[in-house]
Design a protein around this ligand. Structure first.
Ligand code: MG
Length: 203
């Protein structure tokens, strides 16, 4: 399986990092070795001193497809979850400066903790979904999917132009404003519509 990630999908987050607003979605990948499941702890890597949390809604692909039209995209996922797109912001800044690929800063071991997945039918409106991240019990990031530049179906259509989607693939759909550093000892807890989905420690 593979993990596809969308960057710069929330206007306020683009502004906080002084990034350019993209004319098409920014896409990058993480390998399966990035995944942490079942609230496994995240071990702070030695190559960075500025690991940032980015809380994101995650789609789980349920069938194979490519060149999917937006109007049919909803058929390609039944379940959603929440995850953290951990980013070594210091490394990423260096790579960006040199115009190099982001993998070392984005796709390292444990950089994709994910929750369990729940049926999307459980939610009234996927285009108006609240989610948030607490660090040590305090709200750090708060988002609503209505603020996305590209919605779930548009993301699936776009990524499937380049990458064949397969059953079990995951799509991280971008982070809202409020990204920031984590420290050893922090506890991160992520919620969809107020329901706790994911909770783990930084070690
Ligand atoms: Mg992200």
């Amino acid at each position: 399986m593979k993990i596809l990630c969308i960057g710069r999908n929330y206007a306020e987050h683009i502004a906080e990092l002084n990034n350019e607003r993209p004319s098409e979605p920014v896409i990058f990948l993480k390998p399966d070795t990035a995944i942490l499941r079942d609230n496994e702890p995240f071990y702070y890597p030695e190559f960075s001193s500025d690991i940032h949390h980015e809380v994101e809604i995650v789609l789980k692909i349920n069938r194979i497809g490519k060149n999917i039209e937006t109007k049919f995209a909803h058929k390609y996922y039944d379940e959603i979850g929440i995850g953290i797109d951990f980013t070594a912001r210091d490394l990423q800044a260096k790579l960006k400066e040199k115009g190099l690929p982001w993998e070392k800063a984005k796709a390292f071991n444990g950089s994709a903790p994910i929750s369990g997945f729940v049926p999307k039918t459980q939610f009234e409106d996927l285009k108006n979904l609240n989610f948030h991240l607490d660090v040590k019990g305090e709200v750090r990031q708060k988002g609503n999917t209505s603020m996305m530049l590209w919605n779930f179906d548009e993301i699936i259509a776009e990524v499937s132009r380049y990458f064949t989607l397969k059953t079990g693939d995951l799509i991280f759909t971008g982070t809202p404003a409020g990204v920031g550093g984590v420290e050893i000892g922090d506890k991160l807890t992520a919620f969809i519509e107020g329901n706790e989905m994911l909770s783990f420690e930084i070690k």
